[in-house]
Every structure is written in structure tokens, then in C-alpha cells.
Design a protein around this ligand. Structure first.
Ligand code: BG6
Length: 478
């Protein structure tokens, strides 16, 4: 659809930026914090660990001042569960609780609305040792953790996110470090874990509405449109299968409290069905989100994996959290020759952003906020501590343009938080895969001075925010 006139970004639109605790804070064992699954995960020796990351724990005041200078209306961050509860449950760690008090106060001081993720991949290790999400006790631990956060910070936090990218934890847990490698019977176990996380999320949403009537809460999955590799009906069906398994399973449960039929039949066929009870389904129906937050990096393309018969079959692709992967009889991830790629082989698909926003809104009719979108790249620090990240500006500009088109299509969108506010450590590709508006002066194994430098994209996004998304011109003084 071509619009003669575009609808402007609404007044009060939440221009923001995002981070997560384990990727930005560092101080992994300070202030009484307990270890998380990430602290125990094994990643490649060629990349850094998560012990120091961007040292935000010690430098948050400086960072928030920079966020204020950038003009952020909101800042999305996560609470490290094991900072509040080193054992995952039990006694509250007052020092950990105080850290987030200070951070929230600092944000409020600068008129930045905190957007708080309760859980972003970093399950406390003590819970993992007892079975993690396979153990129903983890549901109670999460509910208690969420209620504690509502009690501690609810007077100053209006927007809450439950679980970051639950769908990626289920589909790509070994890559993200959230699932111990080589877990026995992982698929069946994972869909049981998924059910438990859904219950935990529903309980947190119920508690939030009871305890904080003025606050709003929603899930934060990674949602992307799935394209068929060709117009062949079997490929379209494969795309439909994958969309149910990757996207709608999670949002149908969160928004409607029911299992998506195609995803359910997939789990039945494969022997992955979780054990569920009527009482649990009643909880899922009772826990309703006020909005949907979604992370979007790129679309995915899949086919049926049939032998080529028309020359239209695209080559199969490698697996990564952002690439489809395959389940031979259901869908096979393929390359998409119409899209460019970034330095890490992730597709760049701004139009897919608009399609994804429309698909979600059409399906659920809830307000949307984008909680991640961005470009990982090998930025270079140049003379005068300058970083000319024009490629990031180009990526963000094209995506914001598509967001405005989605708004013009009728999508109710109230915020945009690119990944990431400041450089941080990628899930499995180190610190040199940078996303931030602010450069952090360190390398994989050399911490240097961890100084902060504004990138060119900082100056650009600052102007975007000031103009409420009207001025996206790439040329900017820097
Ligand atoms: C999302 C996560 O999967 O993508 C973030 O919520 C992550 O934690 C981001 O950092 C980018 O992925 P990566 O692997 O490049 O860090």
C-alpha cells in the first residue's frame, strides 16, 4: 500500500534504547550477586566473557547522563534476577535491590521512563542446578521475584516486560547459553519448560495488575515475518508452519491463553507435547498483557525442502539464533536473494519490519512497542575518538521509515527502542559485534579504560528524537 500522506509518530512516542543486565553491567560477582546460567556457560575462548562487559554497574550515572544527552524518552534495561535473589529465591539481597533503586532514580532525575525487563536470559544458577525451568518450583520463584520487583520499584516504573525472547530460549537455547549443551531429550524438555515459563509470565502479569493498577506489562518475544522460499504451495505451507512454531505459539499463549493449533499438532507429531492441566490453562487465560513488545532484526525465509523443480529453490542456510534453521519434515531455512546481509550474515530487511508489525497488530490488536532492532558491526575507533558508523545510521533510518509506514497502515505503536543504548557484549559473538550509540573503549581481552565515546549515530538519533521522527536525514554534523 502506498500512502499519499504519512501519519506522523504520535505525540509522546517513546523513543528509547535497550540493554540487558548480563550484557552491560559486569560486576558479575559483586554486591552479593549470585551466578546465573550465563556465568556458567561455555563460549568460545576467542571472545570475551561476561564478567566486566561495559562496566555499567560502576558507571551507570555517567551512562544515564549520556542517555539524557541523547534525548531518550525511555530506557529499556533488565534486572539481574540473581542480583536480587542470589539463590533465585529465598532472601532478598539488599545491595542488589539498592542498585536498581539508584538506577531508576537516576533515570527519573533525567525524565527518562524506565522500561524494565524482569528476565533477560540470566536464570540464577542455583535454580538451574535444581532443574531450571523444568522444575515447576521455578515458576513460583519467578512469581516471587516479579512481585518483589513490583513492590520495590512499582512506584516509579510504569512499563514492565516479563521475559525476553522466550521463543529464542526455546528454539536456540544452546547458542544463547541459556541451555546447557547436550541436555538429554532437549526438545520435549524444552516444550515443558516453555509451558512453565508461560505460567510464570501469566502469574507475573496477574500480580502486576493486582499490585500496580496504573502500570502496564507485556511479553517481549523476537517476532519476524516468515517468507516462503517460492510461491509453491508446499513452501507457503512450510512458512506457515514455521511462523506458528516460531512466533504464534508464544503470542497466542500470552494474549489468548491457548495453544496455537498448528504448533500443538507439531509438538504432538514429534512427541514433544508438554504436560498441562486445566487449572494451568485457566491461569494462562487470566494473565493478559496490556501491550506486546517485540524484538525484530530480520525476516526469515523457509521452504518445504523439496527437490528443486523450478529453479526457484534457494540454497539452505546455516543456523544462528536469527536464522531459521530446519526441522526437515516441517520447514527448511533457505537463503533470500532479495535481501542484503550484515557482517555477521544476518539479513537486513526493513520492509519485513513493517510486515511483522502489521501481522502482530492484525492478530492481537494490542498496542506495540519495539524493544530491540539494530545493527551489529565491527566499528572502528578513529582519530579524535570518533566512530563513523554511517552503516548503522542507514540501517536505523530505513527501519524507522518502515515503522512510520506501519503506523500509517493503522498499527498502534507507542515506542521504539533500538539495540543497544551503549556497546555491550553480544550473546555469543563478543564485544566487537557492537550495536550501541555509545562506544565502549575495550576489546575482547583487553579492557583498556572502558571510556565512553559518542558515535556518529548518537548525533543522528539525537536529532531523530528531537524531531519526533520527522528528520531522518543521514547527513549530520559530527
Ligand atoms: C536478541 C537478544 O536476541 O538479540 C539480545 O535479546 C541480543 O540479548 C540481541 O544481544 C542481538 O544478538 P547478538 O547475538 O548479536 O548479541
Amino acid at each position: 500500500m502506498k500512502h499519499q500522506q504519512l501519519t506522523p509518530f504520535p505525540a509522546g512516542f517513546l523513543w528509547g534504547a535497550s540493554t540487558s543486565a548480563y550484557q552491560v553491567e559486569g560486576a558479575w560477582n559483586e554486591g552479593g550477586k549470585g551466578p546465573s546460567v550465563i556465568d556458567k556457560a561455555r563460549f568460545s575462548d576467542s571472545i570475551t566473557d561476561f564478567t566486566v562487559t561495559s562496566d555499567h554497574y560502576h558507571r551507570f550515572q555517567q551512562d544515564v547522563a549520556l542517555f539524557a544527552e541523547l534525548g531518550l524518552k525511555t530506557y529499556r534495561f533488565s534486572i539481574a534476577w540473581s542480583r536480587l535473589f542470589p539463590q533465585g529465591s529465598g532472601e532478598l539481597n539488599a545491595e542488589g535491590a539498592a542498585f536498581y533503586q539508584r538506577l531508576i532514580d537516576e533515570l527519573r532525575k533525567h525524565d527518562i521512563e524506565p522500561l524494565v525487563t524482569l528476565y533477560h536470559f540470566d536464570l540464577p544458577w542455583a535454580l538451574q542446578e535444581k532443574g531450571g525451568w523444568s522444575d515447576p518450583a521455578t515458576i513460583d520463584a519467578f512469581e516471587h521475584f516479579a512481585k518483589t520487583a513490583f513492590e520495590l520499584y512499582g512506584d516509579r516504573v510504569n512499563y514492565w516486560l516479563t521475559i525476553n525472547e522466550q521463543n529464542m530460549m526455546i528454539l536456540k537455547g544452546e547458542i544463547l547459553g541459556t541451555l546447557p549443551p547436550g541436555s538429554a531429550d532437549p526438545q520435549k524438555m524444552l516444550y515443558q519448560q516453555n509451558h512453565h515459563m508461560m505460567l510464570a509470565q501469566a502469574k507475573a502479569m496477574i500480580a502486576c495488575h493486582q499490585m500496580l493498577p496504573q502500570a502496564k506489562i507485556g511479553p517481549a518475544p523476537n517476532i519476524s515475518s516468515i517468507y516462503p522460499s517460492s510461491p509453491r504451495p508446499e513452501d507457503v505451507l512450510a512458512a506457515n508452519n514455521f511462523s506458528s512454531i516460531r512466533n504464534w505459539l508464544y503470542l497466542d499463549l500470552a494474549c489468548y491463553g491457548r495453544y496455537n493449533a498448528v504448533a500443538w499438532s507439531y509438538m504432538a507429531e514429534k512427541g514433544y507435547l508438554p504436560t498441562i492441566t486445566d487449572a494451568e490453562m485457566a491461569i494462562l487465560r487470566a494473565g493478559k498483557p496490556d501491550f506486546i513488545a517485540f524484538n525484530y532484526y530480520a525476516s526469515a525465509t523457509v521452504g518445504a525442502g523439496l527437490p528443486a523443480d523450478s529453479g526457484e529453490d534457494a540454497p539452505r542456510q546455516l543456523v544462528d539464533q536469527q536464522l531459521a534453521g530446519m526441522d526437515e519434515s516441517v520447514y527448511v531455512g533457505t537463503e533470500n536473494r532479495y535481501l542484503k546481509k550484515n557482517q555477521f550474515n544476518w539479513y537486513i530487511d526493513p520492509v519485513g519490519f513493517r510486515i511483522t508489525a502489521r501481522e502482530i497488530y492484525d492478530r492481537y490488536h494490542l498496542p506495540l512497542i519495539v524493544t530491540e532492532n539494530g545493527l551489529g558491526a565491527f566499528d572502528e575507533l578513529e582519530a579524535g575518538n570518533k566512530i563513523y558508523d554511517d552503516y548503522r545510521i542507514a540501517y536505523l533510518k530505513e527501519h524507522i521509515q518502515q515503522l512510520q509506514l506501519a503506523i500509517s497502515d493503522g498499527v498502534d505503536l507507542f515506542g521504539y527502542c533500538p539495540w543497544s543504548a551503549i556497546d555491550l557484549v553480544s550473546t555469543h559473538q563478543g564485544i566487537r559485534k557492537r550495536y550501541g550509540f555509545i562506544y565502549v573503549n575495550r576489546d575482547e581481552h583487553d579492557l583498556k579504560d572502558l571510556a565512553r565515546f559518542k558515535k556518529k549515530s548518537f548525533a543522528w538519533y539525537q536529532r531523530v528524537i528531537r524531531s519526533n521522527g520527522q528528520n531522518l536525514d543521514s547527513a549530520v554534523e559530527y
